[in-house]
Design a protein around this ligand. Sequence first.
Ligand SMILES: [Ca+2]
Length: 471
Amino acid sequence: MGLGSEVRIAARRMPARGPAHPVLGGTWRWFPVLVALAAGCAAAPDAAQDAATQSQERPNILLVLIDDLGFEAIGSYGGASYETPNIDRLAADGVRFTHAYAMPLCAPSRLKLMTGRYNSRNYTEWGVLPPDEVTVANLLQDAGYATFMAGKWQMSGFEQVWAPGKDCCEGQGQTPEEAGFDDYLVWHYHEKGERYADPLLWGPGGEGGIHDGEYGPDLFVDFLLDRIGSQVAVDSDRPFFAYYSMALVHDPFVPTPDSADWTANRKARDPAYFGEMVAYTDKLIGRTVAGLEELGVRENTLILLTADNGTPSQITSTMQDGTVVPGGKGATIDYGSHVPFIANWPAGFKGDRVSDALVDFSDFLPSAVEAAGAALPGDRVFDGRSFLPVLRGEADSARDWIFTDFRPRFLNIPEVTFVHDHRYKLYDDGRFFDFENDVREQNPLDVDDLTEEAAAAMARLRAAMVEGLGG
Ligand SMILES: [Ca+2]
């Protein structure tokens, strides 16, 4: 069902500067959207109402993953450095989780997100989604969902240019198609290339190339709304799962189309552009939500918005209370993996709520599967716990701790395992912190002189670590 290896090889051999994407090139790229809009105009609002009613138990699911943005960047999380009105509106109308955790870097987070399993079970190499793993898209596809993806993929496996002579890992992962996506437009399929101006993108069948004069992040929204529009036009009763894996706001820090430097100097690199990149991220999320509204599917779409790791270390942000937060990407302290997570589903649960429930990146898969009314396969262990009961107001939390097994095999970053709850954090080397009150982990607790509460927490976290490691 996936692309054959010969197709992938053919794709790799394409000239670096290939033709425009056959789907996005030319005026007919808009055809499905126009059809969908025309159908919507002719049939709305009854069609939209019927769709929302009939699929009440089977929402559309839009998973938005921002690349490299910690909680501190978002206004509704107390951030003061950037403008994020569209994200904040989703939070105001939805549930904002204050304690959601990705992992410190992209590839480990994405593996956990896609598979609902700890890295201790399935992490092999950087950027490799092992062929025998089942993804959230596979499960939703099997449940009858139309599945689309746009943006950063990074899971097919690619040559580790930072490890010459290692002979790894090109083609060892899964293509988006193998991972359950019916259609996709991705950056970082195996080659990297540019993600922003003049991006190098790929679609089914290996077609792709550099899109001269275009801005990658815009094309991803175009693609998703196009495909969703087509789906709604053809069969409005069939729900969709869309994985919007944003290219923003990862470095290089460059101008956006809204930047004053876009026309004259769009390849300029400077962390000073980071704020404009955050603003553009927010704008695209607003455009995506508006597109769902225009297509009549917003009410019954469960939007899950999060980020894959903390803010890059070149960036320092300030909170409304004056706290200065250095970007923690790659670090094992809170700022490395503490990410925003907002859930919003107008037809599904009441908004205007804040939850301090612990949410782990493995939790998204079982939550999406439960929302889809499907079941988890019984042939493997899933570590995630569905947060649907929290969203519905039926439970305060779904888990008692966050387990992070971080073995990036990228550059010389050391392997480390840690587990924490709201208050305490334990590392596999025995270091133990009052995580809540020592967020930068500068004062390890004396494990021979713990309070009764801390000692009990340490025992709980040690047991959780053993469990997380498969013991
Ligand atoms: Ca990232």
